[in-house]
Design a protein around this ligand. Structure first.
Ligand code: AMP
Length: 564
């Protein structure tokens, strides 16, 4: 195994990494550091977060900059404030024995005046988010003329977040750039394009496989129906009493709503989404980092760049559409050699997405049964007993109470005491799960609605899916849900499909207004859609759905009653 010495790094940097407990370089460090130390070679490192890539570029940067020159020489651009601070924190640790080297973080959502003051102090390394950096360039508060090294960290995330123009602007405006070091977990074509345009024969290094998920992550999934998604989530949380995790939702409305429900039910949880102010965001992240929050619910955009160590579980409340988004979500756990679990709650219609992720990420998913109420209670019980046994009784004055306790419990056996402690802790819990239902979707063929719907040329298939023959034309359905309910077209479409167990290809145009929407659907599938939604509730409001062409609200209901 190579050592940091053998890679040619300054001894003062090695002293710092020694103190941090780094014994050997990680694979990306081993391959990147010798190239980057030259300072003149462009470099592309394809590596996931958690592989040690901050040190892979941080150590060479500190090695190549000139500590005596007090102007910005290196620019690290990364997608988020959190990552920006994380990078600066690590560089600060590495430069412990390098006098005269300064590094500063500049990012949005904080006072630009203070950051301008910091920049004027004569820093050599600037770590920046793209938006704030452009702002500083336009205010002429930062001089890029003498920047020799540009590092693009998590380049794919920056492009995902729409920073492509900003990155190109930065690369165009660094005329003295001697080398560009690009790090990314994946290699979408846009990054390839940027690298062709702005880099010279970069040395490309891949750690593991591109897009390959981290091997230390166990990918698990549970299959349930749309209406049991929330209950399944709760059960997963309850079944993992020591969980410290992030739950991902597609929309901020979902994030907010689930947080509110879980908080009401006594869970330590808060939400991170785009509507929060920077102060609120900092408060939530602070609480999560110091573990006063056990769970964080986040949307993808809000969670970009989050790097919190020790996350045990990532839960996909719904699967993302993009394989890359799945990779980024799951990459929040299983970091720095730790084991992590990524759980997805899926509907049977989404199983094909798992196959896609498996194929591209070359990882394997494990299907698990959703725990029964009994499983959950048993798990909680043993967790509590473990906690009881490992309670620290070395402090405090417990000894003085022992004679009194002995007297008080003289008539009761040890078993009885244990039972009573358990009852105190679990009574509510046991009651909650007493008659809990099985949330798993078992292979039991079609549901009743499907079988009854024989008028609709429904060709039930053995794989639990339904196909509808085309040709009957479209019906237009009215529904009293709209954008005021927090829906976008895509989330609305997903919602009605999940509720009805129908496939996307039966739908035509969707016309969404504030309060109502109109859905075109193949006639053969219309009744199933109506039966599945009409009369159900959404956020406490009763859903009304009917055939828009049958004489207004209520018309369809009357007709369908007459027929059945
Ligand atoms: P990163 O991929 O840069 O986010 O690094 C992930 C974690 O690995 C960080 O907590 C680093 O401190 C740690 N780390 C980086 N390099 C090494 C190393 N050579 N040995 C041990 N830990 C490391």
């Amino acid at each position: 195994m190579t050592t940091f010495e053998a890679l040619g790094i300054d001894a003062r940097l090695i002293q710092a990494t020694d103190e941090l407990g780094y014994v050997n370089p990680t694979p990306i460090q081993e391959q990147a550091i010798p190239v980057l130390l030259s300072g003149t070679r462009d470099f592309i490192g394809l590596a996931q977060t958690g592989t040690g890539k901050t040190a892979a570029f941080g150590l060479p940067l500190l090695h190549v900059i000139n500590a005596a020159a007090k102007h910005p020489q290196a620019l690290v651009v990364c997608p988020t404030r959190e990552l920006c601070l994380q990078i600066v924190k690590e560089i600060e640790l590495f430069k412990k024995y390098l006098p005269g080297v300064s590094v500063v973080a500049v990012y949005g959502g904080a006072s630009i005046g203070l950051q301008i003051r910091d920049l004027k102090r004569g820093v050599q390394i600037v770590v920046a988010t793209p938006g704030r950096l452009i702002d500083l360039i336009e205010r002429k508060a930062i001089d890029l003329e003498k920047i020799q090294y540009v590092v693009l960290d998590e380049a794919d995330e920056m492009l995902n977040m729409g920073f492509q123009d900003d990155i190109e602007f930065i690369l165009k405006n660094t005329p003295a750039r001697e080398s560009t070091w690009l790090f990314s977990a994946t290699m979408p074509p846009e990054i390839r394009k940027v690298s062709r345009k702005y880099m010279k024969e970069p040395k490309e290094v891949t750690v593991g496989k591109v897009n390959m998920a981290n091997k230390s992550i166990d990918h698990q999934y549970y299959v349930t129906s749309a209406q049991h998604r929330y209950e399944t989530l709760k059960r997963i949380i309850d079944f993992n009493p020591g969980i410290y995790g992030i739950i991902f939702t597609r929309t901020k409305v979902d994030a907010q709503e689930i947080t509110e429900r879980l908080t009401r039910e006594g869970y330590d949880i808060d939400a991170l989404h785009g509507d929060l102010t920077q102060v609120q965001r900092d408060r939530v992240m602070g609480q999560f980092r110091d573990k006063s929050l056990q769970l964080l619910i986040a949307t993808d955009v809000a969670a970009r760049g989050i790097d919190v160590s020790g996350i045990t579980h990532v839960i996909n409340y719904e699967l993302p559409d993009d394989v890359e988004v799945y990779t980024h979500r799951s990459g929040r756990t299983g970091r720095a050699g730790n084991h992590g679990i990524c759980i997805s709650i899926v509907h049977s219609k989404e199983l094909y997405k798992l196959k896609q992720i498996e194929r591209i990420n070359q990882s394997q998913f494990h299907k698990l049964d959703i725990p029964t109420g009994k499983d959950v209670c048993r798990k909680q019980f043993f967790h509590f007993m473990d906690k009881l046994l490992s309670a620290d009784i070395s402090h405090g004055d417990y000894e003085t109470y022992v004679p009194m306790l002995a007297e008080k419990f003289a008539e009761i056996s040890k078993e009885e005491v244990l039972k009573r402690v358990a009852a105190m802790e679990f009574d509510r819990f046991l009651k909650y799960y007493e008659n809990s239902e099985d949330l798993n979707i078992r292979d039991r063929g079609r549901n009743d609605a499907g079988r009854r719907d024989d008028r609709s040329q429904n060709t039930g298939r053995g794989d639990g899916r339904k196909t509808y023959t085309r040709g009957g034309g479209y019906a237009k359905l009215f529904v009293n849900l709209g954008s005021k309910d927090g829906f976008y077209k895509a989330s609305f479409l997903q919602f009605i499909l999940d509720m009805s167990d129908l496939r996307k290809d039966v739908l035509g145009k969707i016309d969404m207004r504030d309060m109502n929407s109109w859905v075109e659907i193949e006639k053969s599938a219309a009744q199933q859609m109506i039966r599945s939604l009409d009369g159900k509730s959404y956020k406490g409001r009763r859903i009304r759905m009917n055939d828009a062409d049958s004489g207004g609200p209520g018309g369809f209901q009357r007709r369908s009653k007459g027929k059945e």
